[in-house]
Design a protein around this ligand. Structure first.
Ligand SMILES: NC(=O)c1ccc[n+]([C@@H]2O[C@H](COP(=O)([O-])OP(=O)(O)OC[C@H]3O[C@@H](n4cnc5c(N)ncnc54)[C@H](O)[C@@H]3O)[C@@H](O)[C@H]2O)c1
Length: 357
């Protein structure tokens, strides 16, 4: 499968490695900064003759890749993905797939119209711990779901935000929720049944006066199935990353996944004792070197299989849109001081420009 990378910064490393594992045929590396594309190419064996581009339209029209990854700054994901989908190219879009509801909806609409595979890169869904929890939900082990919580207590200091000018801006990124916490927010919504009735939230910027967006978000979620959710996400924790923890509570079970990025089952307690807690903890144990986990490889394998077999990927564009919708609803609720009903119509991160100035 002919494959190209659009955006050769930090996270493209994991995409390139996953593409190698899937034996994809690299046909182009694109970055508006030529040296970044050259540097990424240099990390992949046998790619020395693969062409470098600084214009992605030129690259996709000349090289006709069958699959691309969009690993640019968050503010440019939607425009680039839409141009690729219009040309019938399958796309893996880094999270968040878009920064507005209208862009996210357009990605979903076009993906269906063009019948291409569009995957939203929420790789933590492939954590062994998360797969086990999802199976427990699907098998009804929890009974009625009561509530779930997502706690992302991380630290990002000035040197992190100084890495690139887009970080922490409304137009290019959003804040802690849209960037760092979106994975856990995606998991909470997906595990609790996807359909959300309303959201109420506070957001603030307490520690990072040099960024535009929030560094703390606290939200309550009312799911349509009668369950509730609690979200606490921040990049303010002294002195470094503390935890990313997901809890699900139901009538007949409770689960807590923790570790650096919900990659460890810490609690597994069900009325149905067919699986011993210590066994599931051992079977699902993963110790990734960083908060990105091992999920990119599994995600690429799934996308390759989805393209080959003309099926939807495990994580769809709709999934990506749901995560973005949750966060935009949180932003809107906090800005307006009232609960916000879903589905959310038109809302974009840029609607909140100036909120913390
Ligand atoms: N899934 C995850 O766990 C995870 C982890 C880190 C980052 N991300 C997401 O990945 C994206 C990139 O993050 P990063 O840390 O690699 O950022 P980065 O700034 O290191 O890389 C982005 C690259 O895209 C390039 N670029 C910008 N516009 C372009 C365009 N029009 N055409 C080609 N190249 C362009 C930039 O020059 C830069 O090299 C962000 O949206 C971020 O939220 C996801």
């Amino acid at each position: 499968m002919r494959y190209a990378i659009i955006g050769c910064g930090r996270i493209s490393d994991l995409h390139a490695k996953a593409a190698v594992e899937c034996q994809l045929e690299f046909v182009g590396f694109c970055d508006i900064l030529k040296e970044k594309a050259i540097a990424r190419r240099a990390t992949i064996p046998e790619c020395e003759n693969v062409q470098i581009y600084t214009n992605y339209i030129e690259m996709i029209e000349e090289q006709k890749p069958e699959l691309v990854c969009v690993t640019t700054d968050s503010g440019s994901h939607a425009e680039i993905a839409i141009e690729c989908i219009k040309r019938s190219i399958n796309v893996i879009i880094e999270k968040p797939i878009a920064l507005s509801m209208s862009d996210a909806r357009e990605i979903v609409r076009l993906a269906n119209e063009m019948k291409v595979c569009v995957c939203s890169c929420h790789q933590n869904r492939f954590n062994k711990s998360v797969i086990a929890i999802r199976e427990a939900v699907d098998n009804g082990k929890f009974g009625k779901l009561f509530h779930g919580s997502a706690n992302i207590r991380w630290e990002r200091d000035k040197s992190y935000y100084d890495l690139d000018s887009w970080r922490g801006t409304w137009a290019g990124d959003g804040g802690a929720l849209m960037n760092q916490c979106i994975h856990d927010i995606d998991l909470l919504r997906w595990l609790m049944g996807n359909d959300v009735d309303e959201v109420f939230a506070y957001t603030d910027n307490l520690k990072h006066p040099y960024i535009e967006a929030e560094d703390l978000g606290l939200a309550l979620v009312k799911f349509s199935n009668g369950a509730y959710g609690v979200i606490e996400g921040t990049t303010n924790i002294y002195p470094d990353d503390f935890e990313e923890t997901l809890c699900i509570f139901g009538k007949y079970g409770r689960v807590r996944a923790g570790g650096q990025s919900v990659n460890t089952i810490e609690e597994w307690n069900f009325a149905d004792e067919s699986v011993h807690p210590e066994d599931i903890k051992k079977q699902t144990y993963e110790n990734p070197p960083n908060v990105y986990g091992f999920g990119h490889s599994a995600l690429y394998k799934d996308v390759c299989d989805a393209v080959t077999n003309h099926r939807k990927p495990y994580i769809t564009a709709e999934d990506g849109m749901r995560a973005v919708e949750m966060i935009l609803a949180i932003y809107k609720s906090a800005a307006e001081g009232r609960p916000i009903k879903l589905p959310l119509d038109n809302c974009a991160t840029t609607d909140f420009e100036g909120r913390f100035d």
